[in-house]
Ligand binder design. Structure first.
Ligand SMILES: Cc1cn([C@H]2C[C@H](O)[C@@H](COP(=O)(O)OP(=O)(O)O[C@H]3O[C@H](C)C(=O)[C@H](O)[C@H]3O)O2)c(=O)[nH]c1=O
Length: 186
């Protein structure tokens, strides 16, 4: 049984698989193509990624791959928690530059589906947070793009954690959305 909820931008969904708990612990089908298909989610994932962030307040993103290597992403947290964000980067879209965000956590056991045509990023809310995600195309370094996480034109309300944020060099110097040809059109 799969709970699927729209998050307010086309195709961006919260997905929550069932967790079977007993005295030993729990079991969960974290990915089941046929159950996703029942919710008209017909995607073929080809690569699994995992990232570990040591510190609370680590920001990864906003990232996306331009066509022809755009990636749909199914993201979940197996340790800790993150504030996860998707931004519509499809030129001509009525919701271009708009964002949705939600907290993903190992406790909540929820996932987010971020379709291609959206930039993706997250901020960790706890130390030692581990994120796992499935993608529908292989990593293509020459198609890898970034947009500044705090671009005022997007205006993401990142959680105030009372300290600085931890970012990669690449993310610190990422261009603004209006400086970026995202390659996606509505
Ligand atoms: C994404 C990726 C990266 N790499 C190599 C390239 C770099 O040498 C190293 C770290 O890459 P990066 O700094 O881009 O990793 P993150 O900042 O965690 O980026 C990811 O996090 C945000 C939230 C995303 O949505 C993307 O999936 C992805 O860009 O791993 C690979 O070898 N394969 C890959 O698929």
């Amino acid at each position: 049984m799969l709970e699927v909820k729209e998050l307010g931008l086309p195709g961006v969904l919260e997905i929550k698989p069932k967790k079977f708990g007993d005295h030993r612990g729990f079991f969960s089908e974290t990915y089941n193509a046929s159950k996703l298909l029942e919710h008209k989610i017909d995607l073929t994932f080809v690569q699994d990624n995992q990232s570990y962030s040591a510190s609370r307040g680590t920001v990864r993103g906003l990232h996306f791959q331009i066509p022809p290597h755009g990636q749909d992403k199914l993201v979940r947290v197996i340790k800790g928690s993150i504030f996860d964000v998707a931004v519509d980067i499809r030129k001509g879209s009525p919701t271009f530059g708009q964002w949705v965000g939600l907290t993903l956590s190992a406790d909540e056991w929820n996932q987010i589906l971020v379709p291609k045509g959206y930039a993706h990023g997250f901020m960790t809310l706890e130390d030692h947070t581990e994120v796992i995600y499935k993608v529908t195309d292989y990593y293509a370094a020459d198609c890898d793009r970034s947009i500044r996480y705090n671009d005022p034109a997007i205006g993401i309300s990142w959680p105030e954690l009372g300290g600085g944020y931890e970012l990669s060099e690449k993310d610190q110097r990422a261009p603004l959305l209006n400086e970026t040809d995202t390659g996606f059109s509505f």
